[in-house]
Design a protein around this ligand. Sequence first.
Ligand code: F6P
Length: 323
Amino acid sequence: MKHIGVLTSGGDAPGMNAAIRAVVRAGSHAGLTVFGIERGYQGLIDGALRELGPRDVGGIIRQGGTFLHSARCKAFYDAEGRAQAARQLAAHGIEGLVVIGGDGSYRGAQALHDEHGIRCIGLPGTIDNDIGGTDYTIGFDTAMNTAMEAIDRLRDTAFSHDRIFFLEVMGRHSGYIAMIAGIAGGSEDILTPEEPTNIDSVIRTIRDGRDRGKQSMIIVVAEGDDAGNAFDIAKAVAEQSEFKDTRVTVLGHLQRGGSPTAFDRVLASRMGIRAVEALAAGETGQMVGISGTRLVLRPLAEAWENRTVFDPELLKVAQILGS
Ligand code: F6P
């Protein structure tokens, strides 16, 4: 194998640039030519590829986003889109691909591997931390710290006005950011898609808090909560209780930006090197994960078949300390 490609796909995540940098420099170190592919699978189909050397990735370790751009590509769901992508790879002599993204991006990599024999290695890049086969995804630590800082800031104004806030954080299918940022920010309740939300119990939590002398409270809501978004939940609480005058803050895409934390930079750097080593060793259809402190290779399908679940201990911590 002489040529490899690297792309970022799906929602961007802080640390993706650090991963690209590591792939490019490890590839160069191993004597490989590395092509950067723009806008994920869409750029692959369109032939938006360019050779990258170590100097091309200088200074990007501290930048959020992805300098290769990212996209969610509909055309890649079709066999013809994937065939066109395989033709582009062949035209550039690329035999191995590093895909940085979430489980949807991995499904694309798996199809490219199964249908066209392209060697693919996945790196978990998403703020959601919802990928099986790894304890942490690239970008989660940064996003979680952004959400925690938001809780801290809200706490100041909530305290001053004796108010109840509902803070919505990202996570369409995953409550991981909500759970960890909520615990770190000392929130009074954490509502996630993984745990059924009961409005009566939210009201009880607020009432109990007031009875125990809490004047202000922050309830963290993951955007994909089963009871609705933060506005829906605040409205339901107002309709069904005496807590009519609450405030809602939606953090949204703020959580996807910003300079990556040291944890994300180092994780991405280690994983990027491991991905190149795996390709050079002939591995394919695998993702790089982290288990404890060690990097591991796992089948791509683990990403969606074995999705991350909360450790029950975390739920206990949230419940005891939020009271
Ligand atoms: O998968 C990462 C994520 O940020 C989710 O938490 C969120 O629901 C989704 O992407 C938002 O996607 P988009 O940027 O396409 O609106």
